[in-house]
Design a binder for this molecule. Structure first.
Ligand SMILES: Cc1cc2nc3c(=O)[nH]c(=O)nc-3n(C[C@H](O)[C@H](O)[C@H](O)COP(=O)(O)OP(=O)(O)OC[C@H]3O[C@@H](n4cnc5c(N)ncnc54)[C@H](O)[C@@H]3O)c2cc1C
Length: 330
């Protein structure tokens, strides 16, 4: 059921089998599998999943190539709720490992927030990442095109850029490396530094060898209409025409709530085993937050793996069949 500020107190005195932080593709997939294993589940989500910004899911088996990410989320949430899973719109601030259980501290609402603590035996970190975007004076100008033809994911959208004039927007020399695999799809590549960093002579040589252009002036704004970016206006007023763009500026990793727990990371991603268990035996990580490929199909599969391993753990520990509604009293 969808929990609200009014009903959440009825749920803070139970111990869920699993609490899932994040209701994107990975968290919802985990929730659907968990409920179908007759385990009690609470998904807590702060909204604006990465898939929410995905205007078209181009590469998912069985779905039309123009399926918006928000449709996947809406359908996934309805499916999860139809299986009697609990869902709360809230922000997980902190997780404390109490030994047998986790205490999960949640803020609900932005203005006049309410605070609550939920408990679970297992935790799934499905909180994802969010892409850094070019920092322009008018960020609304960036949001106008980001996720449309100003892409953030080469694997997702390299195909969309085939043979087009593509701009690559980086925040360091290493971030611009993505131009070389993009060259598989199109030879017409212009790289932009937005005047923020220097490029080494060796890198310039490589660009020249490939025939790529380098623009080092600050960007004034993206130009275009109807969410279709058609170029870039530079600080001096000159225009560079483009058909598409690829932003490569790294991401923010949504894992602050795990700061009190000692876990293994690679860069910002959680390291897991093949069933998505982290270095903590009762914490699993799924989707973009874990080491792996940032794709919806992987996120959905990750959720299935983590849920299945948790079911195995609980089934082996308890030995007997559960009724669908049972959970341990706190
Ligand atoms: C513009 C764009 C286009 C893309 N195109 C494609 C494509 O064509 N094909 C493809 O396969 N993939 C595509 N992707 C990638 C795909 O969106 C991600 O791989 C996928 O959404 C990852 O799912 P996830 O569940 O791991 O994370 P998310 O979908 O980001 O979900 C994580 C959720 O956790 C929530 N959360 C974070 N922190 C907290 C907290 N502390 N408390 C509570 N909730 C929290 C977030 O708000 C979010 O709702 C695209 C991504 C973008 C941005």
């Amino acid at each position: 059921m969808q929990l609200t500020k009014q009903t959440l107190n009825q749920h803070t005195d139970q111990v869920y089998d699993v609490l899932v932080v994040g209701g994107g593709a990975a968290g919802l997939s985990a929730g659907i599998y968990l409920q179908r294993y007759l385990l009690s589940t609470l998904i807590i989500d702060k909204g604006k999943a990465r898939s929410h910004w995905m205007q078209e899911l181009h590469n998912y088996l069985g779905l039309p190539a123009d399926t918006p990410g928000r449709d996947v989320l809406k359908q996934g949430k309805a499916h999860y709720l139809s299986l009697d899973g609990d869902y709360l719109n809230g922000y997980v601030e902190d997780v404390i490992d109490e030994g047998e259980t986790f205490a999960v501290h949640v803020r609900i609402g932005r203005t006049n927030p309410t605070y609550a603590v939920f408990r679970s035996r297992y935790l799934i970190a499905a909180s994802g990442i969010i892409d850094h975007l070019p920092k322009l004076a008018d960020m609304q100008n960036v949001f106008e095109y980001a996720g449309h033809n100003l892409h953030v994911c080469l694997i997702c959208d390299g195909y969309e850029m085939r043979d087009k004039r593509a701009g690559v927007f980086g925040n360091s020399e290493s971030s611009l490396e993505v131009a070389f695999p993009l060259g598989w799809f199109t030879p017409h590549i212009t790289l932009f530094t937005n005047g923020e960093f220097e490029v080494s002579p060796a890198f310039r040589d490589r660009l020249q060898t490939h025939g790529y252009q380098l623009v080092e002036q600050p960007i004034k704004q993206f130009i275009g209409e109807n969410h279709q970016m058609s170029g870039v206006e530079l600080a001096d007023g000159s225009i560079i025409e483009l058909d598409a763009g690829l932003v490569s500026m790294g991401s923010k990793y949504h894992a602050d709530y795990l700061k009190q727990i000692d876990l293994e990371y690679q860069s910002g991603n959680l390291i897991t085993d093949k069933m998505n268990r982290t270095s903590h035996p009762r914490i699993f990580a799924v989707g973009d937050l874990k080491v792996g490929m940032n794709q919806v199909v992987i996120a959905a599969a990750d959720g299935a793996l983590a849920a299945t391993q948790i079911w195995r753990d609980i089934r082996r520990a308890e030995g007997t069949r559960r009724s669908p509604t049972s959970s341990i009293a706190a």
